[in-house]
Design a protein around this ligand. Structure first.
Ligand SMILES: Nc1ncnc2c1ncn2[C@@H]1O[C@H](COP(=O)(O)OP(=O)(O)OP(=O)(O)O)[C@@H](O)[C@H]1O
Ligand SMILES: [Mg+2]
Length: 350
């Protein structure tokens, strides 16, 4: 299938419903062929943004461009944008073939062309033999494929995917994550992917935009956002972290009167974030002046990780240690332990 991927630009886009802001002041520039993810908690405006880009609703403010062309007021069918909805929204009275052919029929293509294209996309998505099945008799994963095929068959320049994996069980979700990603790569189609699942965002995306309460808080690659979260919300939303409200004085973060941590630079901010895997936990004090003495309150076995919840002078630290066969540190609840943290791993944030 020949796809010409598109660029999508949002300029100061805002939308309210009954006076309540759903998204505001959104400025984004999505590159050709990019896998771009909107990540954020429920109700932060992700679906609203996709519907604005697809044209099902119009913004109160701002402009939307597809390949430099202003599409803000174009009808959905004239935009060249395909959308897979949060609940798939398949037509329950049509079979698999008819569901997939629907968009081409609306565009009034000749029957022979419709057939060729539908067969091609059914093959691509691995649904051969399902053509006559009623969509309500399909499993969640199969419905998801039909929804994907239905939007791909019209060869959109941009593909919008609204939490397409959220209704699937964990194993199927992993499999479809991989399949969607490789299909996207193969087609080179610009894809906007919505999720509230940080693992999906981190593993699939070229870039991620993190949203909170209708606003875009940070945009970057998964690594950039994970390593340098812009504020406490992002730090807490992407990956587990130890977040402390602090006062900073003379390169020292003061968590409480008797609990302070040395920083490696003069940064100012309201919080510090320390990833659980950046803390070393030992039974004996190996770092003397720099270690924090605490007691284990909880031990959580996670397969790959052991998580220890450690109380240090009234504050809680989560420490993650790789659970290798030869080197797991046999620690138990109530053990007295020492934590050491390299000052470079302490991120100061707003
Ligand atoms: N048609 C509508 N009428 C009134 N309010 C709406 C409408 N659509 C969305 N909203 C409100 O706008 C806000 C953002 O909704 P949206 O569906 O974009 O969130 P979301 O990020 O997709 O959430 P979720 O992860 O739960 O799907 C919510 O407070 C929602 O109630
Ligand atoms: Mg939504």
């Amino acid at each position: 299938m020949n796809q010409n991927a598109g660029t999508v630009v949002l300029k100061e886009v805002g939308k309210s419903f009954q006076g309540k802001m759903a998204c505001s002041d959104i400025n984004l520039s999505i590159r050709e062929g990019e896998f771009f993810t909107f990540l954020g908690p429920s109700g932060c405006g992700k679906t609203t943004l996709l519907r604005l880009i697809a044209g099902f609703i119009k913004p109160d403010k701002g402009k939307i461009f597809l390949n430099q062309k202003d599409i803000t007021h174009l009808e959905p069918e004239n935009r060249n944008v395909g959308m897979v909805f949060q609940n798939y929204a398949l037509f329950p009275f049509l079979n698999v073939y008819e569901n997939i052919a629907y968009g081409l029929k609306i565009q009034k293509h000749p029957q022979t062309k419709i057939k060729t294209k539908v067969v091609q996309v059914i093959d691509m998505i691995g649904l051969n033999g399902f053509e006559k099945r009623n969509v309500s008799s399909l499993s969640g994963g199969e419905q998801q494929r039909v929804a994907l095929a239905r939007s791909l068959v019209v060869e959109p320049k941009v593909l919008l995917l609204d939490e397409p994996l959220s209704n699937l069980d964990a194993r199927l979700r992993d499999k479809m994550r991989f399949e969607i990603k490789s299909l996207q790569k193969e087609l080179g189609i610009t894809t906007l992917f919505v999720t509230h699942d940080q693992t999906e965002a981190l593993t699939m995306s070229d870039r991620v935009a993190v949203f909170n309460q209708g606003q875009c808080v940070q945009v970057g690659t998964a690594e950039e956002i994970y390593a340098n979260p812009k504020n406490a919300f992002v730090a807490g939303f992407i990956g587990d972290t130890n977040l402390f409200e602090v006062k900073i004085k003379n390169k020292t973060a003061i968590i409480s009167e008797d609990l302070t941590l040395l920083l490696d630079n003069q940064n100012q901010g309201k919080y510090i974030s320390i990833r659980p895997q950046d803390i070393t936990i030992t039974k004996t004090d190996e770092n003397s002046s720099r270690s924090l003495e605490g007691r284990i309150e909880e031990v959580i076995f996670n397969g790959i990780w052991m998580d220890y919840l450690v109380k240090v002078k009234g504050s809680d630290f989560r420490v993650s240690v790789t659970n290798t066969f030869l080197h797991s540190p046999k620690l138990q609840v109530n053990d007295s332990v020492y934590l050491s943290i390299d000052s470079r791993c302490i991120k100061v944030i707003d």
